[in-house]
Design a protein around this ligand. Structure first.
Ligand SMILES: Nc1nc2c(ncn2[C@@H]2O[C@H](COP(=O)(O)OP(=O)(O)OP(=O)(O)O)[C@@H](O)[C@H]2O)c(=O)[nH]1
Ligand SMILES: [Mg+2]
Ligand SMILES: [Zn+2]
Length: 349
């Protein structure tokens, strides 16, 4: 395996040089097991374990995630295992709030160039879920591509197109494919150039692994039919995995997420997903208008006049609320350093 094929670049080289010692080499995290990581490197596929400073209890998000570049070194007397000494700074990272009670960041994938947001055209397209994903992708540093799969099952394409366009705007590319039949796949090629990394994200059953197999040219990832009762997936894929495509691109297949909770980083992303609200907010009488009960609110006026879809506005408010409750938990210090969301009341004292 060559490093450039794995996505290595001069930026990583520089970061690695600063950390490297005799006998250490770079490797990319391909999968995570309970206490070990599968790594791709010039030495081939290896199993690595975290050691040293990295092991000391920091936030979980500082541990290696799939897609990360790490500094590896041979373990004494063991030619099969390596120690992971450090994680190189991430170029991009897609994070969500980890499941469970604790407020914690989970890095779903690191150093990705594009995120394919996959939806199945057999089920109802959910604009609300898509907005959530888009906010997180915008915050990740990677670029989103909406992939609408199962065109072979879609009967109301025009209606779908209108709904997707209303939400993706001009900025987000939309690709229509049938992973099963291999139709429309060419449209994905520009994102899958040699050395470029793409993460597949979307609910269970939308066809992420079927698409991965199609791009791999072999049935490598397990797939399973959706449930007949409600069309939902069966959570067939159980771990995130970095796959090397025959053309040199890299693909991360992921398990369908049951819930996608926003992480703090999404606050910048949120504005990118609702540009029409940001635009309208410029005309609100108060610069810090929250579009709740303030006089002279241009956003609410637009909703009343039918110029702004009420469900878009509600979705924006709901996501903003979710972010603000995260910040409340995060404490004052962090809040002071976070950039301000337009439409946030400026509090002094
Ligand atoms: N008709 C049709 N079925 C498809 C297409 N793509 C995937 N499927 C089917 O959808 C079902 C679910 O596909 P998977 O690839 O397992 O879905 P997944 O997104 O990987 O699901 P998880 O691993 O559970 O997150 C399988 O029965 C696939 O054969 C398609 O383009 N057309
Ligand atoms: Mg799968
Ligand atoms: Zn307003």
């Amino acid at each position: 395996m060559e490093l450039t094929t794995l996505g290595w670049n001069p930026e990583f080289e520089k970061a690695f040089a600063a950390l490297a010692r005799e006998g250490r080499f770079p490797a990319r995290v391909a999968a995570e097991h309970k206490h070990a990581y599968v790594l791709f490197s010039e030495e081939g596929e290896l199993v690595g374990e975290v050691v040293g400073r990295l092991l000391k209890r920091g936030p979980r998000s500082e541990l290696p995630a799939v897609g990360d570049w790490v500094v590896a070194g041979w373990r004494r007397g063991d030619r099969a295992r390596v120690d992971i000494h450090a994680v190189l700074p991430r170029r991009t990272r897609f994070s969500r709030r980890a499941a469970g009670e604790r407020e914690e960041e989970q890095v779903v994938a690191a150093n990705i160039d594009f995120v394919f947001l996959v939806s199945g055209l057999d089920a109802d397209f959910s604009p609300r879920r898509m907005e959530r994903y888009l906010a997180l992708v915008e915050a990740s540093g990677a670029r989103p591509v909406i992939v609408l799969n199962k065109t072979d099952l879609c009967r109301d394409r025009q209606e779908r197109e209108a709904r997707v366009r209303a939400l993706a705007g001009e900025a987000v590319p939309v690709c229509w494919v049938s992973a099963l039949r291999g139709e429309g796949i060419e449209a994905l090629a520009p994102y899958l150039r040699p050395g470029s990394t793409v993460a597949l994200l979307g609910s269970s059953g939308v066809g992420k692994s079927t698409l991965a197999n199609r791009l791999l040219g072999e049935e490598r990832q397990a797939t399973a039919a959706t449930r007949t009762e409600d069309g939902k997936g069966r959570h067939t894929t159980t771990r995130r995995e970095l796959l090397l495509l025959p053309n040199g691109g890299l693909l991360i297949d992921t398990p369908g997420m049951r819930e996608l909770q926003l992480w703090r980083s999404a606050r910048e992303g949120l504005l990118a997903v609702f540009p029409e609200i940001v635009e309208l907010a410029r005309s609100c009488r108060f610069r810090d208008c929250r579009h709740e009960a303030e006089p002279g609110c241009a956003v609410r006026a637009a909703v009343q006049a039918g110029a702004l879809a009420a469900d878009r506005f509600r979705a924006f408010c709901k996501l903003r609320e979710e972010l603000e409750s995260l910040e409340a938990v995060g404490g004052r210090r962090r809040r002071r350093h976070a950039p301000k969301l337009p439409g946030r009341r400026i509090m002094r004292g």
